[in-house]
Ligand binder design. Structure first.
Ligand code: PLP
Length: 413
């Protein structure tokens, strides 16, 4: 029998919600494989290769592969005052909206929003330390996931890295020596977000370094905004331990802080540079800023998140809503699923933050590794496999998705 034409085969797939060229591609692949029957499977495979929703049942709150902080955001197809000053009718700055709210939250004189924290650090170094030296502790020459290495960023930005101290112990005098021997533009403190050095250790604090006179830049990474945690019902949770916060780091004397907006800040992917107005201004005027600037979509989502903090409404920031859900509620939801065994679990923040810190949680445990089946659900459910069991952690699942999770589980057991 002659194989069907690509055209005929692709037309038999029109119930799959994909534009015609992609259905044609699926038909071509199936025919090339001498298996026209597989055209639908190929179309569905193509569909699932596109960006789409997933249910995070891993218990990792900021799962980098699942998009870090979840965020709900809608906008109309409408012009905005992105760079328009409504008072004067003149050109305004895209840095007047979300950035000014970040200043309120952190007490910073000025702030600048870029595409992510990597861009923030790169811009700070390029704008403030090109062809000059930057002192960094050997214990803080960090690699963040995805190949962001402090020494590499330093050389790309044109700043010279001066390593000070040792891996486990760095003192104020080490930074002082660097300032004496080199034309040192900045002292850079990098928060070791994804590892911990313990034992015989010593580090110089931001307060001590700030007293030396050279501007201190603290790359905080996580975007924990204020130790007071006024947006949380029960105040600062114990798992945050001594995570440095932007507000207190600036109060301690840092000239600038940099952080991600999609980690503990719970906003969209963006990065912030906040602190001294003259330094932020120099960053904003650097030619790289043009390449690093976010669009209105990101800035509006960031503004919405910042407003939620100012309203002290942690529950409207999905990350903090997940983080502060009481275990009793999670246990009740697990029971209500009526599938698998209700179990106590341990969640973690993830996203390269708070290494080793666990947050008590709950979910359901299923016998065997059924993770592939759960991933195959209409909205994929991503679970954790441990010792030949599959654990569905409900802390990271939105309560509205519980029904979908239950359905997915029923279909695999
Ligand atoms: C996560 C992190 C970065 C990189 O942030 P992105 O927003 O992912 O680019 C940089 N520095 C530190 C200390 C971090 O924790």
């Amino acid at each position: 029998m002659r194989p069907p034409s690509v055209d005929a085969l692709s037309r038999s797939l029109t119930d799959v919600d994909l534009p015609a060229p992609l259905l044609v591609e699926a038909a071509r692949i199936a025919i090339a494989n001498n298996d026209p029957e597989s055209a639908r499977t190929e179309a569905l495979k193509l569909q699932r290769s596109l960006l789409g929703p997933a249910i995070n049942a891993t218990g990792v709150l900021l799962h980098t592969n699942l998009g870090r902080a979840p965020l709900e955001y809608r906008q109309q197809a409408q012009a905005t005052n992105l760079e328009f000053d409504l008072a004067t009718g003149d050109r305004g700055s895209r840095n007047n909206h979300a950035a000014s709210l970040i200043c309120k939250l952190t007490g910073a004189e000025a702030a600048l929003v870029v595409n992510n924290c990597s861009a923030a650090v790169t811009l700070v170094l390029a704008a403030l330390a090109r062809d000059r030296s930057v002192a960094v502790s050997r214990g803080e020459l960090v690699e963040i996931g995805g190949g962001f290495r402090v020494p590499d960023v330093m050389s790309e930005s044109g700043a010279h890295l001066v390593e000070v101290g040792t891996t486990n112990r760095t003192r104020v005098a080490d930074y002082q020596a660097a300032c004496r021997l080199h034309d040192t533009a900045l002292l850079l403190k990098v928060h070791p977000s994804n590892y911990r050095i313990s034992g015989f250790t010593e580090e110089a604090s931001v307060a001590e370094l700030s007293a030396l006179g050279t501007p201190v830049v603290a790359d905080l990474g996580s975007g924990f905004i204020d130790e007071a945690c006024q947006w949380l019902r029960d105040g600062k949770p114990s798992w945050l331990r001594d995570e440095p916060a932007a507000k207190q780091t600036l109060e301690a004397g840092a000239a600038l802080v940099t952080f991600s907006c999609d980690k503990l800040f719970g906003g969209p992917q963006a990065g912030v540079i906040a602190g001294r107005a003259d330094l932020v201004d120099a960053c904003s005027k650097h030619p790289l800023m043009r390449a690093f600037r976010p669009g209105a979509l990101v800035l509006s989502a960031l503004q919405q998140t910042a407003l939620a903090y100012l309203r002290r409404d942690g529950d409207s920031i999905p990350f903090w809503r997940m983080a502060q859900t009481p275990v009793a509620q999670l246990l009740a939801r697990a029971d209500a699923l009526s599938v698998g065994h209700t179990v106590n679990t341990m969640s973690m923040t993830g996203g390269g933050s708070l290494p080793g810190e666990e947050i008590p949680s709950a979910g359901v445990q299923l016998d065997g590794d059924v993770s592939a089946g759960l991933r195959g659900a209409p909205i994929p459910v991503i679970a954790r496999v441990r010792d030949q069991t599959t654990v569905v952690d409900l802390r990271t699942v939105h309560p509205d998705d519980d029904t979908l999770v239950a359905k997915a589980i029923v279909s695999v057991i």
